[in-house]
Ligand binder design. Structure first.
Ligand code: PMP
Length: 497
């Protein structure tokens, strides 16, 4: 049976035995998902949901190739990492082949948080410095070391606030950030935002402090699906390195091909833009806990020279490495980056068209590949942009019946779409794609066994349109509602994805 106990009992046991700070999606009526296939998840009643929220089922839920790789290896060996194993080195070789030189040394770990924590240790050891520059609204993980550098957490009312060794740079948001395209037309906003980082470095030095590193998501997701303007990372990296620090790209959410045109989101800023450390997580295991830190031989050597051994019992074990290799294999053999680019462009252009019909609510549509954000705003009498938080929550909860998305950003007014890389535009495309895969693998029976049918429904953006067709009246209603909404009583869609 897919369900061991009824949902009411699951909730009761969870309340009793699971720490209540562990957040759920849709807190007021949490979803109980009992199985999934491809882009879809199913609850205990068989209700089907299009998964645009997950960001983990990268090549589709329960992809048969990934499932088989994990099961086969688990049946042969999984053990402590202190033995030689081929999977670990083959996984590291493959992973580094996807990154530019000199990023050639890997540490395999179990989660994005572990990866970022290790990245900080590497940075501190290599530079001998301590201070960290982070972006406003950033989230880098749940370990104590990362809460310290995550304004998204330490700025919350119950948070401990910013430690003195942390410096917060403005989020390079050209729509509603410190420097906006509208207010600085034609200016190099990448440089402008980077100069704020330069100032932070100068001030730290003047205060007798030392800059250890700059850490940022290459596209800030928790910050509200932010695409930094051109020239941002190039200049930031230059200033930070001049100050004696190194640069860490957190690709936990946005890496592994999500942007379509490239494997890594930092590559969108130019071929010459290469971080010193890259951290990778969620999509790497398609749901299995495996993550990585990739760095240069020089930085790895500084760490080695401390004489303190690094040992991680599970990180990159034989099963995890087999799974990660299978995910990369699927991305490559199914051409998923190219597909993500195409479908992503379609979603973006459809949403932009939708925005022209609802200019009073859809302020900005932005994205690359299958990393898409829709920022909802209303304007006050002075033309100031006010985040439409209540409206965004309303859209999330109305879509919840069939499509799972979240709203994020400091004001929770940015709708986030991060569907699996296998998402298709139409039912027909879906068939072609699945047939293509079948030919390659000749494993229809395995696919069926694992719940991959050729009947996957389309991601029909026009359905989203239809829902909004009569929204002029709703806009008015929402404006009334927003005045009275209790922001703390939101539907609880999880934000830190
Ligand atoms: N970095 C970013 C950008 C993340 O979004 C997350 C997870 N939300 C993490 C790091 C931490 O990853 P994990 O939850 O796997 O520890």
């Amino acid at each position: 049976p897919l369900e061991s106990i009824p949902k009411t009992q699951t909730i009761r046991l969870r309340k009793r035995h699971i720490g209540q700070s562990c957040k759920l999606f849709y807190r007021s009526d949490p979803l109980k998902i009992v199985r999934a296939e491809g882009c879809y998840m199913y609850d205990e009643n068989g209700q089907k949901y299009l998964d645009c929220i997950n960001n983990v089922a990268h090549v589709g839920h329960c992809h048969p190739v990934v499932v088989k790789a994990g099961c086969d290896q688990m049946a042969i060996l999984n053990t402590n990492n202190r033995f030689l194993h081929d999977n670990l080195v083959l996984c590291a070789k493959k992973l580094t082949s996807l990154l530019p030189e000199p990023l050639s040394v890997c540490f395999l770990v179990n989660s994005g948080s572990e990866a970022n924590d290790l990245a900080l240790r590497l940075a501190r050891t290599h530079t001998g410095h301590h201070d960290v520059i982070t972006l406003d609204h950033a989230y880098h993980g749940h370990l104590s070391s990362l809460i310290d550098i995550s304004p998204y957490k330490f700025n919350l009312p119950g948070g401990a606030g910013k430690p003195e060794w942390v410096h917060v740079a403005p989020c390079p948001d050209t729509y509603r950030g410190k420097y906006r395209s509208k207010e600085y037309p034609g200016e190099d906003l990448g440089l402008k935002y980077a100069e704020d980082v330069k100032e932070i470095c100068q001030k730290a030095k003047a205060d007798g402090r030392t800059v250890c590193c700059f850490i940022a998501e290459s596209l800030q997701s928790c910050g509200g699906q932010i695409i930094p303007p051109p020239n941002y990372l190039r200049n930031v990296f230059k200033y930070v390195r001049e100050a004696g620090g190194i640069c860490i790209a957190d690709e936990v959410q946005v890496g592994f091909g999500r942007v379509g045109s490239h494997w890594w989101a930092f590559e969108l800023q130019g071929e010459d833009v290469v971080p010193d450390i890259v951290t990778i997580g969620k999509p790497m295991g398609n749901g299995h806990p495996v993550a990585a830190v990739v760095t240069t031989p020089e930085i790895a050597l500084s760490f080695q020279n401390t004489g303190i051994e690094y040992f991680n019992t599970y990180g990159g074990n034989a099963v995890s490495s087999a799974v990660a290799l299978a995910v990369i294999h699927v991305l490559e053999t199914e051409g998923l980056r190219g597909k993500a680019e195409k479908v992503g462009n379609y979603i973006l252009s459809s949403l932009k068209e939708l925005a022209t019909r609802h200019p009073s609510l859809i302020g900005d549509v932005r994205g690359v590949g299958l990393f898409v954000g829709v920022e909802l705003v209303v304007q006050d009498e002075d033309g100031q942009l006010i985040p439409a938080t209540a409206e965004a929550q309303h859209v999330v909860s109305r879509l919840e019946e069939h499509v799972l998305i979240s709203a994020d950003g400091p004001d929770r007014n940015v709708l986030k779409l991060k569907p699996p890389m296998i998402i298709t535009r139409t039912k027909e495309d879906s068939r072609v794609m699945e047939n293509g895969l079948d030919c390659k693998q000749n494993k229809e029976s395995s696919r069926k066994e694992h719940g991959y049918s050729s009947q996957s429904k389309l991601m029909d953006v026009s359905n989203v349109d239809n829902r909004n067709e009569n929204d002029a009246e709703e806009d008015v209603q929402m404006k009334k509602k927003r005045a009275s909404i209790d922001e703390t009583n939101n539907t609880g869609n999880l934000i830190e994805l």
